[in-house]
Design a protein around this ligand. Structure first.
Ligand code: M6R
Length: 611
């Protein structure tokens, strides 16, 4: 949700912090701030708005200190404003805190602290932490900063990634976490900390992924790690293999477009090494074929785009492995009482691996006895750590708020999982697995073909720019793809869009249609193609502007459609991979023409780490 960064070393801290915040801005972009320890004390600079505005303001200060912390915010408690921007200082102004997460008991803590004379200057939940640290010092004047933080955390209920600096210990930053990521890297020029590896890997690729209730004390010389009782612990280094250039647009006008164009590589990388001697192998799942064979019910739990990947998985798992599969949004699943037995498999899908609802649903499912597989894009993320097995989607860092390449990585991973279950259950023979795998691998080239000529997508986008609403329709796989197309359009272009199973049109949504109303249909070759065409005829008869994603060679559709976007022929099961790509490009083109910031849409953040 929010982004945290910290640095202590031999360089001036402010430019390092601003550079880190710019890389983290996708996590939240309504306000930002830094605190740097100067000779005369802590200097806090905050601004409402983007990191660039903060950088401009920081330019008016002469900050030379070499130790500091920074934050980019997505508002939860308290509106976006300078006063609510982090870092938050103690009453004396000698302690500064940045925080990612939610302190659930902040209201009672605040009342208690105010009762003891603390003066609050913001509406945030975070500010209680700086006052609690201040209190810890009052009660124990000789304790260290890390001990003061440890004492403060004993009072906190909720989730947090915290970084703190204090005038009492110049050059020191202390950090801890509960359910929020904290990544530490020690390089030759100092120690770095961030809520995302992207802000650290420019300095070092060997990082420590702090675990819940662990503490680290960063100094220019390195980092020391302790547990919640203050006992020293040996950190485990994780090597980050993706390139620093994921944080660069690489010549593309925006990250979303860059990431859309990375999709062929994502397909190839996600498939690499999975077919061994004609058999599908996903060792990371840590389940034998015999155990997989026992699975008799699957739940896919996820949010947003990841939920749509789950809808596609349902078609494949039921179609190939014949296992009843339910797909549920995590925020509903966690509050239901789903039927879970020891042979239930729960598949949690999350790009970030830190979505609060998905994590809560995983925990609930495990308590109820389910086996949980995570499908995530982030190494060592909470979803990866808390699942019994994990498949990484190999999309590498995704910066644009709208998920694109991670979605394709999820679909490919879920397709492999469906094949694995079918293999274990003996529903797909080795030659069938080999054929499917080959066709799946071929989609990388087919996506490249789509990306090579986007002129028809551009023309169709022009027809939608001035619309106020749009309808996405499809059947079977197409219905799931339509949902993703509609979500992409509304989140980045602010154009209202709805997705409907095409057969449901005449039960209500058809009333929306008037002259020029955009109806975007997924009408690729499939067993239900003719049915989709009938639904399109109904729309056409009422004046809709028809845009169709069709299989190349289908000239007949031109009679009905105002715009046709052709994609290569693939088996229906793989159509989500190919048909989604033009919908991503369509949404982006419409958003760009409407003057929207496609990478950082209003009100959104990349990871939703609050309920
Ligand atoms: O990180 P996750 O996959 O768990 O995130 C889930 C959703 O928040 C995410 O897919 C969101 O809907 C995206 N903005 C969609 O583009």
């Amino acid at each position: 949700m929010c982004g945290i960064v910290g640095y202590t070393g031999e360089k001036a801290a402010a430019p390092v912090l601003l550079d880190g915040l710019a890389k983290l801005e996708y996590r939240g972009y309504d306000s930002a701030g830094i605190a740097v320890l100067e000779k005369e004390g802590l200097q806090v600079v905050r601004r409402r708005g983007k990191v660039a505005e903060l950088a401009h303001t920081v330019g008016h200060f002469d900050l030379t200190g070499t130790c500091g912390i920074g934050h980019t915010r997505w508002a939860t408690h308290g509106r976006p404003s300078e006063a609510n921007a982090h870092p938050h200082a103690s009453c004396a102004g000698d302690i500064a805190v940045v925080h990612n997460g939610i302190i659930e008991n902040f209201a009672e803590l605040r009342e208690e602290l105010e009762g003891r004379g603390h003066v609050f200057r913001s509406e945030t939940d975070t500010e209680v932490v700086s006052h609690l640290i201040e209190e810890a010092y009052v009660a124990n004047p000789d304790i260290s900063l890390v001990e003061a933080l440890r004492l403060a955390c004993t009072r906190l209920v909720g989730s947090y990634g915290l970084a703190v600096t204090c005038e009492r210990e110049p050059g020191v930053i202390v950090v801890t976490r509960q359910d929020m990521p904290i990544i530490i890297g020690v390089a030759s020029d100092g120690a770095y900390v961030a809520s995302d590896a992207i802000a650290v890997i420019g300095a070092t690729r060997d990082v420590v992924l702090l675990a819940d209730q662990q503490y680290a004390k960063l100094t220019p010389e390195g980092a020391e790690y302790t547990d919640e009782r203050g006992r020293a612990i040996e950190p485990q280094l994780t090597h980050i293999s993706w390139d620093v250039d994921v944080a660069e647009k690489g010549g593309y006008p925006d990250f979303m477009l860059k990431e859309i164009y990375e999709q062929p590589r994502v397909i190839r990388d996600t498939l690499a090494g999975r077919l061994i001697g004609g058999r599908l192998e996903i060792d990371e799942l840590d389940m034998t074929s015999e155990e997989l064979n026992l699975v008799d019910r699957v739940y896919v739990i996820a949010c947003g785009t990841s939920y749509h990947a789950g809808l596609i998985a349902k078609e494949l798992i039921e179609g190939w492995a014949r296992i009843p599969t339910e797909v549920e949004v995590a925020s509903e699943f966690r509050y239901r009482n789903p039927i879970i037995t020891p042979t239930t498999l729960v598949v949690a899908v999350s790009q970030s691996g830190e979505t609060a609802d998905t994590l809560a649903a995983i925990r609930d499912a495990r308590i109820k006895g389910a086996r949980v597989f995570g499908i995530t894009n982030v190494l060592g993320s909470p979803v990866a750590r808390e699942s019994d097995g994990v498949i990484y989607t190999k999309a590498n860092k995704e910066i644009a708020v709208a998920s694109t390449k991670s979605f394709l990585g999820q679909i490919v991973s879920l397709t492999l999982l469906a094949m694995l279950l079918a293999q274990a259950k003996g529903k797909l023979r080795m030659n069938q697995i080999r054929l499917l795998f080959r066709e799946l691998a071929d989609t990388a080239e087919q996506v490249e073909q789509i990306l090579a000529d986007t002129s028809d997508i551009q023309k169709a986008a022009t027809a939608c720019v001035d619309a106020t609403s749009a309808l996405f329709i499809g059947r079977g796989m197409g219905a799931a793809i339509a949902k993703e197309g509609a979500l992409k359009l509304k989140e980045i272009s602010y154009l209202h869009a709805e997705a409907y199973a095409a057969g449901e049109m005449k039960h209500g949504p058809i009333a929306l249609i008037e002259d020029g109303f955009p109806v975007i249909a997924i009408a690729t070759d499939s067993p239900v193609y003719d049915k989709v065409v009938s639904n399109l005829q109904e729309s056409k008869a009422r004046g809709a502007c028809i845009i169709v994603i069709a299989t190349e060679g289908n000239e007949h559709i031109r009679e009905l459609a105002d715009y046709v976007i052709y994609i290569p022929k693939v088996r229906d099961g793989f159509s989500a991979i190919t048909a989604t790509v033009p919908l991503q490009l369509l949404a982006r083109s419409i958003a760009v023409m409407r003057g929207c910031n496609v990478d950082q849409p209003r009100n959104l953040a990349k990871s939703v780490t609050v309920e």
